[in-house]
Design a protein around this ligand. Structure first.
Ligand code: GSH
Length: 217
């Protein structure tokens, strides 16, 4: 069984948990408390010198970067290719959405909340919030006309994106400004395998911390 080093609060950690649930892959969960500095312990740095979670260890493979972990799990353990389609054009769309999540959508969320949550700034910057809404507006457009991010069924792009967007919602970001995103988020909550079990608790915990700092209580 692969080892999975993670912290439930962390959005990237929850995306790969959703992929594992969808695949029915059991993971040996190893909780790291980042606030306590567990990731800096020599035994973890020996596995991942970049000392970040999530980190998956499957036999002789140590892998980090959550989107790469989602893709690996789907490639290695998927009974078919529905979660990460092999057709190059469909896969390109899934990849685009995952890169969008990392480089734009989640990135802009971090730009908005991390200064107040982790760097001692007193007030969040409203311009950064509008940049996040701009990215959510793009996602809203990507979701038009189909139920799931890359088309008519769930792919790992949905796992990655919902881990992010549910985290934004928990922090008090008004997702209802983006109708298709709100409808898709509701769909994920009600029908995505494992959503309540592996995503909700961490989202709620993050939300409590974020709202207190952002003043969005
Ligand atoms: N791009 C990475 C981000 C990983 C990341 O930044 N993880 C944070 C928690 S959300 C972490 O481990 N921080 C502790 C550290 O870097 O020492 C991914 O998606 O896996």
């Amino acid at each position: 069984m692969p080892d999975y080093y993670y912290m439930p609060l962390s959005s990237p950690c929850r995306s790969a948990l959703l992929t594992a649930k969808a695949l029915g892959v059991e993971l040996n969960l190893k909780h790291l408390d980042l606030m306590a500095g567990d990731q800096m312990k020599p035994e973890f740095v020996a596995i991942n010198p970049q000392h970040c979670v999530p980190t998956l260890v499957d036999g002789d493979l140590a892998l980090w970067e959550s989107r790469a972990i989602c893709a690996y799990l789907a490639n290695q353990y998927g009974k078919d290719d529905s979660l990460y389609p092999k057709d190059p054009k469909t896969r390109a769309k899934v990849d685009r959405l995952m890169y969008f999540d990392m480089g734009t959508l989640y990135f802009r969320f971090g730009e908005y909340v991390y200064p107040v949550m982790f760097r001692g700034e007193e007030k969040p910057n409203p311009e950064k919030l509008e940049k996040l809404h701009e990215a959510l507006g793009w996602l809203n457009g990507f979701l038009a006309g189909h139920d799931w991010a890359a088309g008519d069924h769930i792919t790992i792009a949905d796992h990655v994106l919902v881990a992010s967007v549910s985290t934004f919602e928990s922090a008090g970001i008004d997702i209802t400004r983006h109708e298709n995103v709100a409808a898709w988020l509701a769909r994920c909550k009600s029908t995505m395998p494992g959503y309540a079990e592996v995503n909700q608790h961490g989202v709620d915990e993050f939300g409590k911390m974020a709202k207190a700092k952002l003043g969005t209580n």
